[in-house]
Design a protein around this ligand. Structure first.
Ligand code: FEO
Length: 398
């Protein structure tokens, strides 16, 4: 049975939700599922904006068939070639042999890489090219590296809709409600939208800043998650922060890597001291327990990071080391960092973490540091207090 929704006068949502997939891109846990959004423009010409992942193929095909009725599909605009959005291209070409694919040069190249297709019917477009469909004129805007090099967005000035590809997307399924003002986006969705952005597109902040919308927009239509029609300015401002690597909150994120709980104990003592000094909304995470994608999102949110870590195989504890590499790979910058280290012998995790952070962009590592030998003793209390003082001082002065 079809399951579609009209989202603008001539535009229908024909995508769907996947609640079965465990790991998006085989990496990111999606406990609340994911949507693959696709939109069908029913103008004189019928235009589909992207396809979906094959996991929801049946729903997608039924949706298109229902909305088209006796009409045929004229154009398929491909904004992004990642298979979660283009897996149905061959199938559509078989069903609608006259279908013309619209995309840029890189899309054409990738289509050939992914599929064996006859592309004689390909309409190649460039930045600012337009496609008139009757009442609507679609304008194509290059958005390279948001999230792949071929990505483009599409603006429909008639309905003031910006089809944004991966940008402005989120993890999570739509459960009947499609729009941001039908869900509690700011309180219930923002953390998953942040985790989606920072992990999927976070590395490419400068490219995101280049394409942040300045157009007259009534609807942001991304490829994942809710459609945005209220408070678009607020969401664009969030993107500006994330893409500029500016923290959203003045706050402390404590990340610990602990084998037998002694480093964890010291992390908790530090959190307690920070709280006593008036620091609110502290967050403490075990890097061996919480998936790195959540920690990357939290690191993008907070102004201050503390990494507390045991020395392991003469190096940084393995899960902390993995996380640090992930933070660097996602281009995190402009943060203040405090260090706690532990080692029963040859303690060196602190120095190694310091060197690592100093190899990242604009990371300020505080001089004060806590060093433990196996477990925290009264003698280290003053060191923890000094570290808490230094963090608070830095928060006040930044
Ligand atoms: Fe949702 Fe980059 O694909």
């Amino acid at each position: 049975m079809h399951c579609v929704k009209k989202v603008k006068e001539d535009i229908y949502y024909v995508g769907g939700s996947d609640r079965r997939l465990g790991l998006f891109e085989n990496v990111y846990p999606i406990p609340y599922g994911i949507t693959y959004n696709s939109y069908l423009l029913m103008d004189d010409k019928k235009v589909l904006m992207d396809t979906v992942d094959r996991s929801i193929s049946q729903q997608f095909l039924e949706n298109i068939e229902y909305v088209l009725g006796n009409e045929s599909l004229d154009y398929l605009v491909i904004q992004h070639m990642e298979p979660d959005h283009c897996s149905m291209v061959s199938c559509l070409l078989q069903r609608y042999p006259d279908l013309k694919i619209v995309g840029n040069m890189q899309v054409k190249k990738m289509l050939k890489q992914f599929f064996d297709l006859n592309l004689d019917n390909y309409l190649e477009v460039k930045e600012n090219d337009t496609l008139n469909t009757g009442r609507h004129t679609l304008k194509f805007i290059s958005a390279p590296m948001v999230h792949w090099p071929e990505v483009m967005m599409t603006y429909d000035a008639y309905d003031k809709v910006l089809f944004t590809a991966d940008a402005f997307g989120s993890f999570g399924t739509m459960d009947g409600n499609l729009f941001d003002d039908e869900v509690n986006f700011k309180s219930e969705w923002l953390s998953e939208a942040r985790r989606y952005y920072t992990n999927i597109v976070g590395k490419y902040g400068p490219q995101v800043l280049n394409v942040l919308p300045t157009l007259d927009i009534e609807l942001l239509a991304p490829l994942h998650g809710p459609l945005h029609r209220s408070d678009i300015e607020w969401y664009v401002e969030k993107y500006q922060k994330w893409a500029s690597y500016e923290p959203e909150d003045k706050g402390v994120l404590i990340l610990y890597g602990s084998v037998y709980g002694n480093t964890e104990n010291a992390a908790n003592v530090l959190a307690n001291e920070l709280s006593s000094r008036g620091v609110k909304n502290l967050k403490v995470y075990d890097v061996s327990k919480t998936h790195p994608s959540y920690l990357i999102a939290e690191a993008f949110r907070c102004s201050h990071l503390v990494t507390a870590c045991v020395t392991y195989n003469s190096g940084i504890f393995v899960n902390m080391e993995h996380l640090l590499h992930d933070l660097k790979a996602h281009n995190l910058q402009n943060r203040t960092v405090a260090l706690m280290e532990n080692g029963s012998w040859a303690c060196s995790a602190g120095k190694q973490m310091k060197d690592f952070f100093e190899g990242m962009k604009n990371m300020r590592v505080l001089e004060e540091k806590v060093t433990l030998a196996s477990s925290m003793k009264e003698a280290q209390q003053k060191d923890v207090e000094a570290l808490a003082d230094a963090i608070v001082c830095s928060m006040e002065n930044e």
